[in-house]
Design a protein. Structure first.
Length: 234
């Protein structure tokens, strides 16, 4: 019973480790809707093209010259099986480094779940840092597609030497423009709304088997249910 979930968790770690490498196959969609496929570096060295914005580095292939793309020049990008969209820190929140940065689309339901880095308590670094985690990431955020698969935790705004991020922060919303933070108080209502097509999952949420503290396990189980069980009533 638990074997598929254990395999998924193992793949999450393996995939996260892979994402720590320099260049990864993927594609981006720019602010005009153009799509380019090639190799993407998600934590590039050097100065950001635009102050207070996250950025990626792109090249068509290993023989091509690379160039940097700032967050506001992009709508989204996909690396491997994970999709990232551009977002602005919501409301009165302040992100660790950048006003505009990338958030990972964790669940691409009608009401979406996003992941972003927590509060920065150390120095150094710039850009987007991706660290191994148990979270499972997938989705398109309304942009270019990505396949279902293992994911990563996504600290925003850095990851260089000496950086520390308190935790992964989750947001929910129809899109990034109206996303709000997921917290202990709204967790049950939001997650039951998001996963309401699967009563077994909803029952576990209402029974407090899954809470914000172990949301990574909830996401993994939900994705497993979607992949192996038909939607009730379909």
């Amino acid at each position: 019973m638990y074997r598929p979930l254990l395999i998924l968790i193992f793949l999450s770690f393996s995939y996260g480790a892979t994402l720590g490498q320099k260049w990864l196959p993927g594609h981006f969609t720019d602010d005009k809707g153009n799509v380019e496929t090639g190799l993407i570096r998600i934590n590039p060295p050097g100065k950001a093209p635009i102050k207070d914005e996250g950025f990626i580095e792109f090249k068509e292939d290993n023989k091509s010259n690379s160039f940097k793309l700032s967050a506001t020049e992009l709508r989204s990008f996909v690396i491997g099986r994970d999709s990232f969209v551009v977002a602005h820190a919501p409301g009165t929140e302040t992100w660790a480094k950048n006003e505009f940065d990338f958030v990972r689309v964790v669940l691409d339901e009608d009401l979406k779940l996003y992941a972003a880095g927590g509060v920065k308590t150390g120095g150094g670094g710039s850009g987007l840092s991706v660290a191994p985690g148990l979270s499972t990431g997938v989705g398109t955020g309304g942009y270019s597609g990505a396949a279902v698969g293992a994911g990563v935790s996504v600290p925003i705004g850095g990851g260089g030497s000496g950086s520390y991020y308190e935790k992964v922060v989750y947001y929910y919303g129809d899109n990034t423009a109206d996303m709000k933070r997921l917290n202990d108080q709204n967790f049950e209502d939001i997650m039951t709304d998001m996963m309401g097509d699967y009563p077994e999952v909803v029952d576990k949420i209402k029974a407090k088997v899954y809470v914000l503290e172990n949301i990574d396990r909830l996401i993994a189980w939900f994705k497993q249910m979607k992949a192996t069980a038909p939607k009730p009533g379909s």
